[in-house]
Design a binder for this molecule. Structure first.
Ligand code: SAH
Length: 536
């Protein structure tokens, strides 16, 4: 979306912008509210933290400025006071600001403090509630937080306070003494032992069903269920890490029968995707389905060429015998250029279409066009050789009289249009020209290096990844530039779409390189999932 097509946010003409305190939900991006999503697309600035990061839509306009205030590899999260000041400053600049917070902004999210500060400064604000993790993670673990006859009350409580401290506010003994209720404790990992001990001390049955849910609603969700007195040991053995929630109460037993959310076979694995999210939807969806957390680091981004790019060939558009598309982007941007000149597919008249692979052919199908020629292996030089052979063969079969042109004469008669990006190699058009064809080139798009989202860079540096997927040599080069100080060459596997990309990865220093058997996105998906399943 460009700026002009973005719906305007309702604004006061003068004075500070509005700050929207938006609940991001617990992690599954599908649990962000419709209102939250709409505001994220319409605002000028998003201020977000670690818990909210997985819910931040990947298709926001480039114009939306992102401020990450969560924990980073090299330093701590921004202090609350500084976050408040940032919100105030941005609003005074007249910006519409989305403050995106994990779960619900007013449930242990310090959203109340932010709202108070905005109120004091006379800045208009709105609160968009979110699905709080305590209720959502329980639901995803098949645990109803209330249940007729069993739990008539839910207590949302913080376990962040050290129960050993005398001045604490939470009375765990009293919570342990209450019957017929569910206790949902946020931030429980560090104090779990003490919390369980105090609840039992207060009268809770040591066998009360209890659960710890790690990364609830995310692809990596894990649930440990045990009697209250044994939970801490099991949680320690399973090395559960925040974010996680503790749930204690009779309805936790229903997990046995209602656990509808199957734990994913590859949960906990992380895979870097070096294509932009909008071009890697299938890869990302498949990885998530298997429990893998995708880290989207688009090594390159693309931008359309100026519509004047078509001018030099304008009159000849309808006269080409063949059009060569060698990337999905080429298809997409070429038809964008046509549209910008008020033209549509009919401008191509009778041209036949050659593509480098099935992804490109699929993209063409979106314009109701079939590819006439797809090579057997999805590489530029195979495309060139097989195309020349085909011209040769059809020449032979058409040759009703002996005086028909030779192969070279035949290809000499062909007018070809090659559509590509500004950095693609010229080998294909050079080869076609050498064989005698008249070739024009349209540079339908520009390749630019991208920037990686700070929360993703942080995860990558702090937690590493199991694999990195590469779909071209330029994605290898782009990734090295984008994340220069990563430690992945020795410990992660470079999963490459084809042999040329694999050579580029090996040359860049990747020690473990695997190559898809079939050089398509589906081939790549098969290769990366097989590789991950083989890890212990
Ligand atoms: N405002 C948030 C809570 C922020 S406090 C909300 O309404 O959900 C942070 C704590 O929330 C974490 O330490 C953890 O206890 C809990 N939490 C947040 N997201 C979670 C998730 N996806 N799975 C498990 N616990 C989560």
């Amino acid at each position: 979306m460009n700026k002009n097509s973005r719906p305007n946010i309702d604004r006061e003409r003068h004075g500070p912008g509005t700050v929207y305190l938006v609940g991001a939900g617990p992690g599954d991006p599908g649990l962000l509210t419709v209102r939250g999503r709409e505001l994220l697309h319409r605002c000028d600035v998003v201020v977000y933290d670690r818990l909210a990061a997985p819910c931040l839509p990947s298709d926001l306009d480039d114009e939306v400025v992102l401020h990450y205030v969560g924990k980073r590899a090299d330093h701590h999260a921004m202090e609350q006071g500084k976050i408040n000041d940032l919100l105030v400053r941005l609003a005074h600049e007249g910006k519409a600001v989305c403050r995106l917070k994990g779960g619900d902004p007013f449930v242990f999210g310090r959203g109340g403090e932010e709202a108070e500060q905005l109120q004091r400064e006379g800045i208009p604000f709105e609160v968009v509630p979110g699905v709080t993790a305590g209720v959502a993670a329980a639901a995803y673990a098949g645990i109803p937080v209330t249940h007729r006859g069993e739990a008539v009350r839910v207590t949302l409580v913080t376990a962040h306070e050290d129960p050993a401290k005398p001045e604490r506010q939470v009375d765990w003994r009293r919570l342990g003494s209450e019957r017929d209720g569910t206790v949902v404790a946020y931030m429980p990992v560090a104090n779990l032992d003490a919390v369980a001990a105090q609840m039992i001390d207060g009268g809770a049955d040591p066998d009360t069903p209890a659960a710890m849910i790690e990364r609830g609603t995310l692809p990596a969700q894990r649930t440990i269920v045990a009697p209250l007195h044994q939970l801490a040991a099991q949680v320690a053995a399973a090395r559960i890490k925040p974010p996680a929630l503790l749930i204690v109460g009779p309805t936790v037993a229903l997990h046995q029968t209602l656990n509808w959310y199957r734990e994913r076979p590859l949960r906990g694995r992380r895979v870097v995707v070096t294509r932009p999210a909008d071009q890697a939807r299938r890869l990302i969806a498949t990885l998530q389905e298997l429990g893998v957390t995708p880290l989207v680091c688009p090594a390159i981004t693309t931008a359309p060429a100026d519509p004047s790019e078509l001018e030099p060939i304008g009159d000849r558009l309808g006269s080409y015998d063949w059009i060569f598309f060698t990337s999905e982007n080429g298809v997409r941007y070429f038809f964008g250029l046509l549209a910008a000149r008020g033209l549509d597919v009919r401008a191509l008249a009778q041209a036949r279409i050659a593509t480098v692979g099935s992804g490109t052919a699929e993209r063409l199908a979106a314009y109701h066009l079939n590819a006439d020629f797809v090579p057997t292996a999805f590489r530029g030089e195979v495309l060139l050789n097989e195309f020349l052979q085909r011209v040769d063969a059809s020449d032979a079969s058409d040759a009703s009289d002996a005086s028909r042109a030779s192969r070279v004469d035949n290809i000499t008669a062909l007018r070809i249009l090659r559509v590509r990006g500004d950095r693609a190699p010229t080998t294909l058009e050079d080869g076609l020209r050498d064989a005698g064809a008249a070739v024009d080139t349209v540079l339908a798009y520009h390749i630019r290096s991208a920037t990686v989202r700070p929360d993703v860079a942080d995860t990558l540096v702090r937690e590493g990844a199991d694999a990195v997927t590469f779909t071209s040599g330029s994605s290898v080069a782009g990734f090295e530039k984008l994340v220069p100080d990563h430690q992945l060459h020795d410990c992660a596997v470079a999963v490459c779409i084809g042999p040329v990309t694999a050579d580029a990865a090996a040359a860049a220093g990747w020690r473990n390189v695997v190559t898809a058997t079939v050089s398509t996105v589906d081939g790549l998906i098969a290769c990366v999932t097989k590789m991950l399943a083989s890890l212990d």
